[in-house]
Write a protein that binds this ligand. Structure first.
Ligand code: PHE
Length: 368
């Protein structure tokens, strides 16, 4: 009996030192098979128990089981140690400095994409440039005066509440200091009239902000303002320009528009414009069907707005409009949730993004 036990001791110390010396998981597995595998040394010894007398089995059985458990345990501990060491090695090798500046060079062809909002803004600019409109810009942090007062929205006007304005703190009593995130692109009307006078014809695309959040509203979104001022401009010109724009933008022969009487403090008369469309199997088609979707606000510029811009309303008149860029992007490219535009989800960007080389031009077809 003593002989058998010392035999087990030898087996145990032999395997333990092999395990100790093992360098990787493959070596561990090799030792496991040699000791505990089907034809492993310890497994074969277990089988010999059957041939022993009950007397011998009584001591050899538990001794073998203990050996098996010891080797099994040592293998597990070593395996975990090797995995930990491998992980630590990787952590040492694979790190990155997230405070580094992103590379400013163009990504390799086929990797980065143009965001649909950028693409649609360029499409809008291309169409209006073709119609003779210049492109203007204004600040995103505006004054009360440009965002509201100059547009005939006095402090007590209910439109101020409707706009869900984000206000910023400012020095006490400094009424003309920038204090709001602009709620629309209309302040660019006043800034451009002040700077350039009449006649004028321009659009002003850009970011606007309102405190609102659901499937069709995000706190930051995009509009494109349009304005045409001359001596003999009427609603008919407005209608023609908008129909031209929508036909070109949605790439349909005829975009049917519906003008609904509405109210804006800065236009008189005012109209909201819907476009005829259909929803079939989650697919949106513009120019057919029985649904209408609102895409813009418009009207003839209010005389007070012309005066605020330094233009004589007795001589000059014109129209203005404000189109929701995100809205028409959703419509044209079948994007159901506005919020997804600003999630920065790479899978979404790869799916809906545009090729860097895909510059929209009227001649080539906008989305060709
Ligand atoms: N500024 C208006 C809005 O944001 C849209 C508009 C612009 C209406 C110009 C009329 C004329 O809702």
């Amino acid at each position: 009996m003593d002989g058998a036990a010392s035999g087990l001791d030898e087996i145990k110390s032999r395997y333990l030192s092999q395990i100790d010396a093992a360098k990787d998981e493959a070596a561990i597995e090799e030792i496991r098979v040699a000791a505990l595998g089907k034809r492993g040394e310890i497994s074969l010894k277990m089988r010999e128990l059957g041939k022993m007398s009950p007397e011998e089995r009584k001591t050899a059985g538990p001794a073998l089981n203990a050996l098996k458990d010891d080797i099994h345990g040592a293998l597990l501990i070593k395996k975990e140690g090797i995995a930990d060491a491998a992980l630590n090695e990787r952590l040492k090798a694979e790190w990155m400095d997230v405070t580094l500046q992103p590379r400013s060079i163009q990504p390799p062809a086929g990797q980065g994409t143009i965001h649909p909002i950028s693409q649609v803004s360029e499409e809008v600019v291309a169409i209006f440039a073709d119609l003779g409109f210049a492109v203007k810009e204004g600040p995103q942090i505006e004054t009360d005066y440009y965002n509201f007062d100059a547009l005939n929205i006095p402090p007590e006007h209910p439109a101020r509440q409707e706009h869900d304005t984000f206000y910023m703190s400012r020095a006490e009593g400094d009424a003309r200091a920038p204090s709001v995130l602009r709620t629309h692109t209309s302040p660019v009307q006043i800034r451009t009239l002040e700077a350039e006078g009449a006649p004028t014809r321009f659009i002003a695309p850009g970011r606007v902000f309102r405190s609102d959040y659901d499937q069709t509203h995000t706190p930051m979104f995009h509009q494109v303002e349009g304005m045409a001022i001359d001596k003999d401009i009427s609603m008919a010109n407005l209608k023609w320009v908008l129909e031209e724009f929508c036909g070109a933008f949605f790439e349909v022969e005829h975009a049917e528009l519906r003008f609904r009487a509405s109210h804006f403090p800065f236009t008189e008369p005012s109209a909201e414009v819907d476009i005829r469309c259909s929803w079939k199997d989650g697919q949106l088609k513009v120019g057919e069907g029985d649904d209408w979707l609102e895409i813009l606000g418009s009207g003839m510029v209010h005389p007070k707005v012309l005066a605020a811009g330094g233009i004589d309303p007795e001589i000059w008149q014109g129209f203005a409009f404000g189109i929701g860029i995100d809205r028409i992007a959703m419509l044209k490219y079948g994007i159901p949730d506005l919020r997804s535009f600003f999630d920065s989800d790479l899978r979404w960007l790869r799916h809906y993004g545009f090729s860097v080389l895909d510059k929209p031009t009227i001649a080539a077809g906008l989305s060709a």
